[in-house]
Design a protein around this ligand. Structure first.
Ligand SMILES: *Cc1c(COP(=O)(O)O)cnc(C)c1O
Length: 368
């Protein structure tokens, strides 16, 4: 992606060696690559909601007459609503331009050149690319064979330069959550423990670990409206922080990062929670059917998931991942595949509408 322009400008050296984060292919790019019209594509590669925002959210966005003004920088109304939703005082809450912005800010607040973070792959790759941008390094403590967190090895891997331990729960892409006892053990290390709860609303514990935030000076929770609330395109997320860290984030954040549309959509989503939670419930139900569908393929092993996606391993040496991909893509279905050599035989499927699952069944039945 980088061009020869690096020979003419002088940027920070960390940027030259930065691990690039490659997001899932867009509808536009997939359409251009395959010739399939956008309206015929089934996009199951970025864990977006197939339902999108509810009708009241769309109406509020259309009715707003204030797009010429900057948003409320204190986010008073939204903070009150989020306070009720999370059970935490507003002083613990910081809004952001997607939770990705908070990952970026947090990392820059805590990581100097030479520092390190602990990451537990397979997990979200953005943690790694931003770490390398900061000139810091990632100490990888792989998950166990069942993708559980290996607390003992994490604690053994800590160095005096370890500033953050980041855990995604439920984990993207494996779908499993971290146990509370493991969170508590990590908190005892005294390092900042970041729990990324982008998918927590789909889990059996939709409140996640928010209740622990007021009791620990080193626990940070990241949340997002992108997945469960169907607002990925509006870029709105938030974090739950110890108050002192919240204040540093606010100091580091550019003004007005969350736009007026994001505020309106989030406020309206929380005002009609029952509506969006019904969609979440539909997705959870469909997830269980999708699991069975994948499990019924002789060449696939899916892993139980508490997110809105399912991670699956390709087992049969006779069937190649490229074959599966080609057939699935001929059917206009976009799934997530992985670059890393150890992940080459895995795929991740976002839970879509029932008819999306049907179409996927049709495609998978064609795999020889
Ligand atoms: C999708 C996702 C996010 C959310 O990012 P936004 O910037 O809020 O859209 C954060 N963490 C993980 C692990 C994700 O998969």
């Amino acid at each position: 992606m980088y061009t020869t322009s690096r020979h003419h400008v002088s940027v920070r050296p960390e940027l030259e060696s930065m691990a690039e984060y490659l997001p899932g292919e867009s509808l536009e790019a997939f359409s251009a690559r395959t010739g399939i019209p956008i309206h015929c594509i089934i996009k199951l590669n970025s864990n977006e909601s197939p339902y999108g925002p509810g009708p009241s959210v769309l109406k509020a966005l259309g009715d707003c007459k204030n797009y010429n003004h900057y948003p409320d920088s204190d986010a008073t109304v939204l903070r009150v609503a989020l306070s009720a939703y999370t059970g935490l005082e507003g002083s613990h809450i910081v809004l952001s331009h997607g939770s990705s912005e908070l990952i970026n800010l947090l990392w820059h607040i805590f990581l100097s050149v030479g520092d390190n973070i602990i990451c537990c792959p397979p997990t979200f790759l953005l943690y790694t690319s931003i770490t390398s941008f900061c000139g810091a390094s990632v100490i990888e403590v792989p998950r166990t064979t069942r993708y559980e967190i290996d607390v003992e090895h994490i604690l053994a891997a800590l160095t005096s330069s370890t500033k953050l331990i980041v855990i995604c729960s439920p984990n993207n892409p494996t779908g499993n959550p971290i146990a509370e006892s493991d969170v508590l053990a990590l908190l005892e290390s005294g390092r900042i423990v970041v729990i990324d709860e982008a998918y927590v609303e789909f889990s059996r514990r939709p409140g996640g670990f928010a209740h622990l935030v007021p009791h620990y000076p080193n626990l940070v929770i990241l949340r997002s409206f992108s997945k469960w609330a169907g607002l990925a395109g509006l870029r709105i997320g938030y974090g739950l922080f110890p108050v002192s860290i919240a204040n540093y984030i606010l100091r580091a954040q550019c003004p007005f990062e969350v736009n007026v549309a994001g505020h309106i959509a989030a406020i309206e989503t929380l005002a009609h929670l029952e509506c969006v939670l019904a969609d979440v419930q539909r997705i959870v139900q469909e997830r269980e059917r999708l699991f069975d569908v994948l499990n019924n393929q002789s060449y696939l092993t899916p892993y139980p998931s508490q997110g809105n996606f399912i991670f699956a391993r390709l087992d049969d040496v006779e069937v190649k991942i490229e074959q599966v991909r080609a057939i699935v893509e001929e059917h206009g279905i976009l799934l997530r595949y992985f670059q890393k050599p150890s992940m080459r035989n895995f795929l991740r499927v976002t839970v879509g509408l029932p008819e999306h699952t049907d179409k996927l069944v049709e495609a998978l039945a064609r795999v020889p």
